[in-house]
Write a protein of this length. Structure first.
Length: 200
């Protein structure tokens, strides 16, 4: 008899929790609802997540790990030089509106579930953002530029998760062009100042 893979079962339960949020809303995220959605007994759910806090924190951890993977791979794929992390973010987040899926939207709602359940459960996401803030601070850009671009991307994410705005290809392309222009202008301005300072 093949034993179930514990990691696969955890993922199944997290998928089920996200499906409950997507279909029925945050207020319906209960252990019973998740077990029913996953097709497992509540005892099977409690084996992996002994409390709702543990379940929600695991949901947030998965979102945080995904976000960390996004900005890390974006950095690795961007060409070296000032603004490498920011360029990676723009390329990853504003390349194709198809990457802004309903599944990703519902998984992002885990952060709001954490805030409703217990604000301390948002800690994995805070850690991911603290790491990103450090990377942005070391990105070789004039003060405030990287932070402004990151805030614009976070704003779009917030609109999207809350259903306040449609994330379509036209919006994504418009934002990408605008933010890239802002970044290029900021770099050119900073380089101009550096050359003027060197000439005096």
């Amino acid at each position: 008899m093949v034993r179930p893979d514990p990691e696969a079962q955890r993922d199944l339960l997290l998928d089920a929790a996200e499906a409950v949020v997507r279909k029925r809303g945050l207020s319906c995220l209960t252990l019973d609802a998740v077990a029913q959605q996953a097709g497992l007994s509540k005892g099977g759910l409690l084996h992996h997540f002994p409390s709702k806090d543990a379940l929600v924190q695991a949901m947030v951890q998965r979102v945080a790990d995904g976000w960390r993977g996004c900005y890390t791979s974006g950095y690795e794929e961007a060409p070296p030089g000032p603004g490498r992390q920011v360029r990676g973010l723009i390329a990853h987040c504003l390349n194709d509106a198809k990457t802004w899926t309903k599944d990703l939207q519902s998984s992002s709602a885990a952060c709001f579930a954490a805030l409703m359940q217990n604000p301390e459960l948002i800690a994995p996401m805070r850690d991911a953002y603290a790491e990103l803030d450090r990377r942005l601070a070391d990105d070789g850009l004039p003060a405030g530029v990287a932070e402004t671009i990151a805030a614009a991307l976070d704003g779009l994410w917030m609109y999207w998760v809350l259903g306040l705005a449609d994330v379509n290809q036209a919006r994504v392309e418009q934002m990408r062009v605008t933010l890239e222009d802002f970044l290029d202008h900021s770099l050119a301005k900073a380089n101009g100042r550096s050359k003027q300072a060197a000439n005096h």
